[in-house]
Write a protein that binds this ligand. Structure first.
Ligand SMILES: *Cc1c(COP(=O)(O)O)cnc(C)c1O
Length: 370
């Protein structure tokens, strides 16, 4: 069926939002420029204060990207060679990179068949005497079962870290994510719900010791200039990125609300039984970073969508445990069946705040006519 769409509807389009706020962002860039506050500095500090307040934590530490956030969180917890860290097989692979960078081993757990989030009931069987931490991921912008995961972490005396890279502003039982774990890791990659004009990331925490250690780690292992107390990294956030984030943070709740309206429409109005969507527990207030669906004949469905000017995404075609990078861990097909099913059958429908009602109507009509 061909409807009268003129413009191709992509899974994500960053242009509309950036045109809307261009003037404001450029004015902020000018201030950074005039202050030559390019690395760290007052714009980063302003963002850290605002973002900590947004998440309800004592601190936020601005970093160069979300992968560095995961890396530093692992170092701050003392994780290293010989240790194991449990995390979901269904996530963007960077969740595991932070673990691997320290020499520790990521241990992958399957997702549930309906929420597609880490299956908390499968965590305990993976715990060994080497296990030090569990990383939960609020995948697609939807909080995972934080209560269930935190209870297991507590019972086994393990650290619990949130990977909230896709979930800026999502709420679990009415409380913003980012305030539940020892630390929470965020990415402000341009494509995330809160994305910098450039690469950026950060960690939120309410723990004074972690905060101090993270500040040192991101800055060459130094709190006092040219005194290096440990081997550190250059993982600082840039001033231009921070300035863009300060502007965008003001709009985040509004943009997230618009995504929720679009998601509610997809949930209510997509009636085609060949398409399954993510189940949302009643305690999960998702910000729909991605709107993921599954269908049996994915190639055929994607071809049909493309013919109708809709260009879906794929998040993610290979689960972490079957990535070549982790072949040495010797996982095999069948180890995480739900994550594997999802990888083979998932696709991401258009989802961003600037989608018009007409475009949403079109996506729904095209899918219902499949
Ligand atoms: C984007 C993302 C990361 C990595 O963030 P970068 O800023 O791209 O390094 C980590 N975890 C998840 C779940 C992500 O989506």
């Amino acid at each position: 069926m061909k409807t009268g769409i003129i413009k191709k509807i992509n899974c994500l389009d960053l242009k509309g939002q950036h045109q809307q706020i261009k003037k404001e962002i450029f004015e902020a860039f000018e201030k950074v420029y005039d202050n030559t506050a390019f690395s760290g500095g007052s714009f980063v500090e302003e963002f850290e204060k605002k973002y900590a307040a947004f998440c309800g934590t004592k601190y936020a530490v601005g970093l160069n990207n979300g992968t560095s956030a995961l890396h530093l969180a692992m170092i701050a917890l003392g994780i290293g060679e010989g240790d194991e860290v449990i995390l979901p097989a269904n996530t963007f692979v960077a969740t595991a990179w932070g673990v691997s960078y320290t020499g520790a081993v990521p241990v992958f757990v399957d997702c549930t068949a309906d929420t597609w989030q880490i299956d908390v009931s499968k965590i305990e069987q993976k715990i060994t005497n080497k296990t030090k931490a569990i990383i939960g991921v609020h995948l697609y912008g939807q909080p995972f079962d934080i209560g269930g995961l935190a209870a297991i972490a507590k019972k086994h005396n393990l650290f619990f870290v949130e990977d909230a890279a896709q979930a800026q502003g999502a709420k679990y039982k009415g409380v913003n994510v980012g305030s539940f774990g020892e630390m929470a890791c965020f990415s402000f990659y341009p494509g995330k719900n809160l994305g910098a004009c450039g690469e950026a990331g950060g960690i939120t925490t309410s723990n004074d010791a972690y905060f101090k250690h993270l500040q040192s780690l991101r800055n060459h292992g130094s709190l006092v200039r040219y005194y290096h107390d440990e081997i550190g990294y250059n993982y600082r956030m840039g001033g231009l990125e921070a300035a863009s984030l300060n502007i965008k943070l003001k709009y985040l709740n509004g943009w997230n609300d618009r995504r929720k309206i679009i998601a509610k429409r997809y949930q209510a109005e997509i009636k085609n039984t060949k398409i399954k969507i993510q189940t949302q527990p009643e305690w999960a207030d998702s910000i729909y970073h991605l709107f993921v669906a599954t269908t049996e004949k994915r190639d055929e469905f994607i071809k049909y969508l493309n013919e109708n000017n809709i260009n879906p995404g794929l998040h993610y075609p290979i689960p972490c445990h079957l990535q070549k990078a982790y072949a040495h861990l010797e996982y095999k097909k069948g180890d995480c069946p739900n994550a594997e099913y999802l990888a083979e059958h998932c696709l991401s429908l258009p989802m961003y705040a600037e989608l018009t009602d007409e475009e949403v109507n079109n996506v729904i009509d095209v899918i219902n006519n499949y």
